[in-house]
Ligand binder design. Structure first.
Ligand SMILES: [Zn+2]
Ligand SMILES: [Zn+2]
Length: 353
């Protein structure tokens, strides 16, 4: 797809760039002005001159990036940058996550960042504002799970599987170690499990993010530290939520003979659970599945779609078959695998609240 002079968002070596507004969206190299969709480490990086993001994501962004120049917006609030109208709209991915809407001379483009919506109409991410389709001429979509094999089961069904696994372990006196990314997935798991089964603990990388969610008004059940559970001899019935990076660590060995499980969209892949070396895999993602991507794209009414990180080629082919003008941008956004280290590096911090 050849860029035209009127394109509102183009690809530059630094990242997605809005030429008339002279700003970048989720740039991967340092720039003077960055609009940030959400606080995951591959989308929100250090070193930009000025940041614009949702006010709700401010706590997590500051905890991760330190002392930055940041303007926080409410969802739907409009600002003008060099004559371009910019607003942020819920993406349903993690706390404060947003799609970026830009409007200039009658043209509207939307960059999705990461978003969650599934083929099941009633499913949305209950720990953040649900994905909201924004009408536009051109939609820039992620494609992390943009293959037909990715079809999420209803979340209630997945959480029932998690509860049954936890209950079974508790009944036999084994701790349950549940692995999920510390920003987003961990909170969704905590909000979704049945707290009557037993006590819950979280890893130190998860705790400050829980605080940020609670500070934003998202109810999460009370959790303890692993040390508190051990002191109270309450480990046998406990659910311990931690990032996947703890697998095989001295920290995880404190749980003794436990059952471990990994909650991720990747668990839908044959062999993924075995490769991670865990007892169970639960298919739970903060990204749209194949039907969710299709529904989201259709709901924007966009006649042109640009696909980023994931299965670009498959998505582009499918979109072209639907009669849409489609192309892709090669971005430097990763999958979620590498996202936990920066939080641990930042450590427990009071500024998250
Ligand atoms: Zn993300
Ligand atoms: Zn992403």
């Amino acid at each position: 797809m050849n860029p035209s002079a009127q394109d509102l968002i183009v690809l530059r070596p630094e990242g997605l760039f809005c030429p008339p507004g002279n700003f970048f969206i989720d740039p991967w190299r340092p720039v003077h002005r960055a609009v940030i969709t959400h606080a995951h480490a591959d989308h929100a990086r250090r070193g930009h001159g000025a940041y614009l993001a949702t006010a709700i994501s401010e706590g997590v962004l500051r905890a991760r990036l330190g002392n930055i120049t940041l303007q926080g917006l409410a969802y739907g609030e409009v600002v003008h940058i060099d004559g371009v109208q910019v607003s942020l709209h819920p993406a349903g991915h993690v706390l404060g996550s947003a799609q970026v809407r830009v409007e200039h001379q009658g043209q509207v483009w939307v960059a999705s960042g990461d978003y969650f919506t599934s083929g099941h109409t009633t499913d949305s991410n209950s720990t953040c504002a649900p994905f909201e389709p924004v009408p536009c001429h051109c939609f820039i979509t992620e494609s992390t799970f943009g293959l037909p094999i990715y079809r999420w089961r209803p979340q209630a069904e997945v959480m029932a599987q998690v509860n049954a696994w936890w209950q079974g372990n508790a009944d036999t006196g084994r701790p349950s170690l549940l692995l999920g990314y510390s920003f987003g997935k961990a909170q969704r798991l905590l909000a979704g499990v049945d707290p009557s089964i037993g006590p819950m603990a979280v890893h130190g990388a998860v705790a400050p993010l829980n605080d940020a969610y609670r500070a934003a008004g998202v109810p999460l059940p009370p959790t303890q530290t692993l040390e508190e559970l051990k002191t109270a001899s309450a480990l046998q019935r406990a659910l311990v939520v931690a990032p996947p990076s703890v697998l095989g660590s001295a920290w995880a060995r404190q749980l003794g003979d436990c059952s471990d499980a990994f909650a991720s969209g990747w668990m839908q892949l044959r062999g993924a659970r075995r490769r991670q070396g865990v007892d169970r895999g639960f298919v739970l993602s903060d990204h749209a599945d194949w039907p969710g991507l299709q529904r989201a794209i259709a709901a924007t009414g966009a006649s042109r779609v640009i696909v980023t990180h994931g299965y670009e080629a498959v998505m582009v082919r499918w979109l072209q078959q639907q009669g849409l003008q489609a192309g892709s941008f090669q971005t430097e956004y990763g999958d979620e695998q590498a996202l936990d280290a920066p939080v641990e590096a930042a450590g427990p911090t009071a500024s998250v609240a």
